[in-house]
Ligand binder design. Structure first.
Ligand code: LLP
Length: 415
């Protein structure tokens, strides 16, 4: 459930009229709802209440400091994939000892910084990475806490670009080789085995792939035990999907209950790394219609947001709901392609949407809280949108709109 909805014919975020937001802050604008974010985070935390656990919010989904600050205040952990994300977490008041570090290509200085601040765990994705980490920790006179990210070879049934748990993917260590790598890790003087990690993909809308992955991981846990290797925590990764259109993903509790059942009695701490399910439906992208263009073949609504602001439709052909901020009953609807001003045919936010529109109308692209702003760019030298956080009847400007001169301020003419 989220806190976006119509009141007296206008779209609200919590107690704030989004048409007023658009006038005050301009468009395009990302608008997030604090109550929605907190509600979703708490749903995961509550679903794990019966076991020792840590919800590690996946920072890549939305890394605005205000968002991370809310998580930190809730007591959240964080899943990071770069030292940049680590510095954000620290700047937002996050606790380093609740940070897990994922990613296939961690660089030396990233590992060093993570060791220095005392992160909770490295999710190691290859044997060379493990050896590298052992060396770096050794040079610092430390032991690096480690989980191996295993690739269980299950089909998450999601878009190929965001499926990560198949053996042809670059992620993790083949589950059949993981045993050997764990045995090697146990012999390394500067590695401390802490857990096992498994993330199979994103926007997963069924429980079965998670269960399949867990069952394979538990077989490995048992085999490691025979080697005298004890696992303290199990990191189940992120990946729970959300409703963009008509998907019916399980609620956090319905996704976690069957997993917890299989873990009963094992005494393992459970970590999860949800991103999209916490923040996806807690944000919209507000945009205004510049022009309506009617051709023989198509009707276009040309809006002021574009693929650089929200890449998911262009990149994955992702469908996100596009709804009017003030629905009108005075004109008949048409089938519109909602397109941006960027010079690419792939620059669309939605295709063939039945909407009653006139120029100047405001639209909201829903489910834009996750992988929206974080994937945005300055393509076509477009300043990125303002980001706003609604909290009750208050709007906080959590990142001002970029100014054009900022976009090339770091560039230099040749002498
Ligand atoms: N943990 C790891 C190791 C990950 O790679 C990811 C996401 C997550 C957690 C969080 O997954 P979530 O709960 O958000 O599904 N840009 C794509 C999604 C890429 C996801 C990458 N990894 C999109 O817009 O659909």
């Amino acid at each position: 459930m989220d806190h976006f909805g119509y009141r007296t014919g206008r779209l609200y975020a919590e107690d704030v009229d989004l048409s007023e937001v658009a006038v005050r802050y301009g468009t395009p604008a990302y608008v997030y709802s604090r109550a929605t974010i907190e509600r979703h985070w708490r749903a995961f935390d509550a679903a794990l209440a019966g076991v020792e656990h840590l919800v590690c919010y996946a920072v890549k989904a939305n890394s605005n400091l205000a968002v991370l600050g809310l998580m930190a205040r809730l007591g959240s952990g964080f899943d990071i994939v770069s030292v940049g994300e680590l510095e954000r977490v620290l700047a937002a008041g996050g606790d380093a000892s609740k940070v897990v570090f994922s990613g296939v290509g961690k660089r030396e200085e990233e590992m060093r910084r993570a060791l220095e601040v005392g992160i909770r765990c490295f999710n190691v994705e290859s044997e060379p990475e493990l050896e590298h980490l052992n060396r770096i920790a050794g040079a610092l006179g430390m032991k690096a806490p480690v989980s191996l990210r295993v690739n269980p070879d299950v089909d998450a049934g999601t878009h190929p670009y965001i499926s990560t748990g198949l053996k042809e993917n670059k992620f993790g260590i083949d589950i059949h080789q993981a045993e050997t790598v764990y045995v090697r890790a146990a012999e390394m003087p500067h590695i401390e085995i802490s857990g096992i990690d498994c993330h199979i993909g994103s926007q997963i809308t069924e429980v079965t792939p998670f269960i399949d992955a867990l069952e394979r991981v538990l077989i490995l846990v048992d085999r490691l035990y025979e080697h005298g290797i004890t696992i303290n925590h199990l990191d189940l990764g992120g990946g729970l999907g959300i409703t963009y259109r008509d998907e019916q993903p399980p609620l956090p509790g319905d996704y976690l209950d069957p997993l917890l059942k299989r873990l009963a009695g094992r005494g393992l701490e459970v970590l999860i790394e949800p991103g999209r399910a916490i923040i996806g439906n807690a944000g919209v992208l507000l945009t205004r219609i510049e022009y309506l263009k009617h051709t023989e073949h198509k009707d276009f609504a040309i809006v002021d947001a574009a693929m650089n602001d929200l890449m998911r439709p262009a990149l994955y052909n992702a469908w996100q709901a596009i709804i009017p901020v003030i629905p009108r009953g005075d004109i008949p609807p048409r089938l519109y392609d909602i397109v941006g001003p960027v010079c690419e045919t792939g620059d669309f936010l939605g295709k063939e949407r039945e909407l009653a529109l006139t120029e100047g109308d405001l639209l909201a692209v829903r489910s834009a809280g996750a992988y929206g702003f974080t994937m945005s760019s300055n393509y076509n030298t477009r300043p990125r949108p303002v980001e706003l956080m609604v909290d009750g009847d208050t709007v906080h400007e959590i990142r001002p709109r970029e100014r054009i001169e900022e976009l090339f301020a770091r560039e230099r003419l040749l002498p």
